[in-house]
Write a protein that binds this ligand. Structure first.
Ligand SMILES: CC(C)(COP(=O)(O)OP(=O)(O)OC[C@H]1O[C@@H](n2cnc3c(N)ncnc32)[C@H](O)[C@@H]1OP(=O)(O)O)[C@@H](O)C(=O)NCCC(=O)NCCS
Length: 147
């Protein structure tokens, strides 16, 4: 896959539409539902990054900064930009954020059907939990990366 040069910038409240467009990629299996209202709240309360190739916004990453860790709360790359290294760039951005606030690790949760397990492992995360339950639509993973 070709790599693309891209820049990450912090989203402002006016960027809610770009964030919503990017996170719609997660609204596919009925477990997530990013709406205008929810995204506006996220942009207000969380650290949200947007990635762009200089023309289009290609993806968004929402971080929840906690006392002892940062959660990658939502990460979405538009389908035609996937596989070009942009998601990995967001991971490095998240690591820099974690260093900045001096927390020792990053973590993320994901359902198996998103197929993101190889992505997190390739980016140095370890799977610390896999929950398989008939109440869940698919196995639910937690990934951790020490900084
Ligand atoms: C998962 C996602 C964030 C990865 O971002 P990306 O920019 O496509 O990933 P990268 O190009 O940085 O890929 C890095 C590595 O991850 C793996 N990978 C990425 N997407 C993958 C996929 N769909 N299936 C399997 N492996 C994948 C590959 O091993 C890849 O390494 P390679 O390029 O050497 O083959 C992105 O594809 C996406 O938004 N998917 C839909 C939503 C989602 O799953 N979000 C995260 C989970 S909640």
């Amino acid at each position: 896959m070709p790599r693309v040069s891209a820049l990450i910038r912090q989203a402002t409240r006016e960027d809610w539409w770009h964030v919503l467009e990017a996170l719609k990629v997660l609204n596919v299996h009925g477990v997530e539902h990013f709406t205008k209202k929810r995204v506006k709240e996220l942009v207000k309360k969380h650290c949200v990054g947007l990635i762009s190739d200089g023309v289009d916004v290609a993806g968004a990453c929402v971080l929840e900064v906690e006392d002892k860790a940062i959660e990658i709360y939502a990460l979405g790359i538009a389908p035609h930009y996937q596989g070009m290294g942009l998601g990995s760039k967001f991971i490095r951005w998240s690591e820099a954020m974690a260093r900045g606030v001096e927390v020792p690790f990053l973590y993320a949760n994901s359902y198996e059907f998103y197929g993101a397990l190889p992505f997190y492992e390739k980016n140095g995360f370890t799977t610390i939990s896999k929950v398989t339950d008939s109440e869940l639509p698919s196995s639910f993973y937690t990934f951790v990366k020490m900084i």
